[in-house]
Design a protein around this ligand. Structure first.
Ligand code: DAH
Length: 344
């Protein structure tokens, strides 16, 4: 029994000195494991005088339970300490400035070009593209633009010199040459829109840039009339600027259409009463259009007596500037993220 009392006395100190859960397991085995004093004494109870057994048994159990409690307390304390160490080593300093990942946004010109194309695609049009470096034939001749036309002068058109004078090359001044290319490759009926980049010998001001974008449209079939053109453009105006819009077509001149017109849309900002957006006129000029000139059909091998068609061409920068109140075209090309990020 002295040995047992010794265990009872020593246990708290032994357990208290342990500093890890692993170490505690060892001490636990030593104190109450199979070969511990306590276990040995339990097994030896039967050898005692029956009168002494109850007292000895009770004391053994008391010491056993006491040791168990001391070990359990120590285990809980060690577990808490271990968790705290982990929390400290895992700590995140929320005051450190982070590196913000900024998401890119689609460029407004791309958005508007896609939006315009989609409106026509919803009517059954196809989308076509063509080369930015173009021949003078596609850019001018096929489009009924005579060699004396002022637009062909170097003051307006950027020519590219590849050293072969018989092959006059230029940066296309409009998306209209794709009309000719598309008709050469397809038989009517044709319903096509052509978004793309165009170039002119213009210097930069609030509304002009040497590089800008257009969306061209072309419809060819039997019996296409001016009324089809007007209905189509009115549909577009409502889809792009809102339901209340109406349009008017004002006589104009383009070499490749006859008759030709300028399309104006009633101002979406003031509903036609006059405001800053429409320069107090109530109307906004949006694009050129007209009925395809028979000479254009001839040039691409269509029979002008068998088919008719309409065409239109609009400036993408202008559409975007009008709709979003952008006052200088440079904002599209300076790529200032504070500007571009506004249009998501
Ligand atoms: N190509 C003309 C321009 O750049 C715009 C245009 C006008 C296109 C009339 C057309 C059209 O297809 O029919 O100013």
């Amino acid at each position: 029994m002295d040995e047992l009392e010794q265990v009872a006395d020593d246990a708290p100190g032994l357990v208290g000195a342990v500093n890890s859960l692993e170490g505690l397991k060892g001490v636990e085995t030593e104190l109450i494991g199979k070969n511990s004093v306590i276990s040995r004494m339990r097994r030896g109870l039967s050898a005692l005088d029956p009168d002494d057994r109850p007292t000895a048994g009770a004391r053994i159990n008391e010491v056993f339970t006491g040791v168990q409690v001391v070990i359990a307390d120590r285990r809980r304390a060690l577990e808490i300490a271990e968790e705290n160490t982990l929390l400290v080593s895992d700590r995140v300093d929320v005051t450190v400035p982070n590196h913000r990942v900024t998401l890119g946004t689609e460029h407004l010109l791309t958005t508007v070009m896609d939006e315009v194309s989609d409106i026509f695609v919803s009517l059954g049009y196809r989308v076509a593209t063509g080369p930015e470096v173009e021949t003078a034939w596609y850019n001018f001749d096929a489009l009924n633009t005579p060699s004396t036309h002022p637009a062909r002068a170097e003051s307006d058109t950027l020519y590219v010199d590849f050293g072969d004078p018989s092959d006059e090359m230029l940066l296309r001044t409009h998306t209209s040459p794709v009309q000719a290319r598309y008709m050469q490759d397809h038989v009517p009926p044709v319903h096509v829109v052509v978004p793309g980049r165009v170039f002119r010998a213009d210097s930069l001001d609030a509304t002009h840039s040497p590089v800008f974008h257009q969306v061209e449209g072309l419809v060819v079939d039997t019996d296409i009339t001016f009324a089809d053109l007007k209905g189509t453009l009115e549909y577009f105006a409502k889809a792009f600027f809102g339901d209340g819009r109406v349009i008017k077509l004002i006589p104009h001149f383009f070499p490749f259409t006859e008759p030709s017109a300028e399309m104006h849309v009633s101002c979406f900002a003031c509903d036609g009463s006059g405001c800053r957006v429409c320069s107090n006129s109530g109307w906004i000029e949006l694009m050129g259009c007209g009925m395809v000139d028979p000479n254009v059909f001839e040039a691409v091998g269509y029979d002008p007596s068998a088919v008719s068609g309409f065409a239109f061409g609009m400036g993408v920068e202008r559409l975007a500037m009008v709709r979003h109140g952008i006052t200088h075209i440079k904002h599209f090309f300076e790529n200032d993220l504070r500007v571009l990020g506004q249009f998501v």
